[in-house]
Design a protein around this ligand. Sequence first.
Ligand SMILES: Cc1cc2nc3c(=O)[nH]c(=O)nc-3n(C[C@H](O)[C@H](O)[C@H](O)COP(=O)(O)OP(=O)(O)OC[C@H]3O[C@@H](n4cnc5c(N)ncnc54)[C@H](O)[C@@H]3O)c2cc1C
Length: 358
Amino acid sequence: MGEHTEVLVVGAGICGTFLSMELERAGITHVVIDEQRPFTASRSAAGLINPVTGRRIVTTWMIDELLPFAVDAYARLAELLGASFFSPVRVIDFFPTAQMRLAFLKRLEEDAAYLQLPADEHAWDGCFHTELGYGIITSCYLVDMPGLLAAARVRMSACGILREERFEREELVVEGESIRYRDITARRIIFCDGVESFNNPYFSRLPFAPNKGEALIVEIDGLAEAAGALKTVFKKGMSIVPWRDGLYWVGSSYEWSFEHADPTEGFRLRAEAALREWVRLPFRLLEHVASVRPATLERRPFVGFHPLHPAVGILNGMGTKGCSLAPFFARQLARHIVDGSAILPEAEVRRFTKILSR
Ligand SMILES: Cc1cc2nc3c(=O)[nH]c(=O)nc-3n(C[C@H](O)[C@H](O)[C@H](O)COP(=O)(O)OP(=O)(O)OC[C@H]3O[C@@H](n4cnc5c(N)ncnc54)[C@H](O)[C@@H]3O)c2cc1C
């Protein structure tokens, strides 16, 4: 006998995971199909939520709304999973150049919301070469992505909603107001399949802009002890981010043009050289990860239902900011399903109705 459900979700990265939680909260039955893959964007991510960005240290899109929302959403998820994978973190932003130091001081004068100067400019001299000093970025958070995704997976399995298999697009039948996939019939299907959506016939016309990122997983002797109880991220062009088991994630690259999605020797050599120049402590390389970010040309997500196929939806395009954007837009999408409430116009996929109707 077949299974009938309200929503079929394809993908259990950070988007599919939060969507599943929001659907559950809203009392909407659903099935999640996800094939366990080693190097997805969500599994390779540092998991950092940082309210400021770029050379001019400007605040990121919607951050004043996204931050409190994320704190609340990750707390709810922790309740469901019985463990928290979210913690506050401070970011020590070493100035790589004199201009960056000036830019930081200028921003601090204009808007001190997320910036601070240290009490002791030399506090990290034992661990790092710090010629130009550093600033501190406050109100940052860190998500243990591998831990969160694994725990969510266990729970989805226990609830009987996860199918660990590959979704084969050719077997999807869309029939106006409903869909069929193998033995499943559903009112809607929502693609949370990350970079796979680039080739999805329903959504491939959207202006995706794949961006590759690589990172090293390293052991750094004595750094965790030096940082003490508060988790600490160190930045100087690259970031050193606390990872699992006392290890550190070091990255990353941002490449708009690349030949493949695998780790490259070029990145490893560059990152190791940069670390040697910057860090005074001995370190060892344990792993090298690479993945492609589902980024978009205008740096805004794709959320909602296809203008011509109302049963087919998408939650994607989180780019470099999946950890803060996915919870927020998963909630908007679930609400939209419940009562038709509007999705933020900058993220609503129907802003591309013309392109999607071709
Ligand atoms: C190196 C790197 C560092 C990053 N650092 C950060 C960071 O610090 N902070 C931050 O906020 N963001 C960061 N990001 C971005 C973040 O990773 C993404 O925005 C986010 O993970 C995208 O999540 P997603 O759920 O859309 O996609 P994905 O994580 O790709 O999830 C898609 C899921 O769908 C499954 N799937 C796809 N197709 C199929 C199919 N046919 N059948 C079955 N299953 C399928 C995949 O297996 C996967 O589990 C980083 C990305 C990279 C690459």
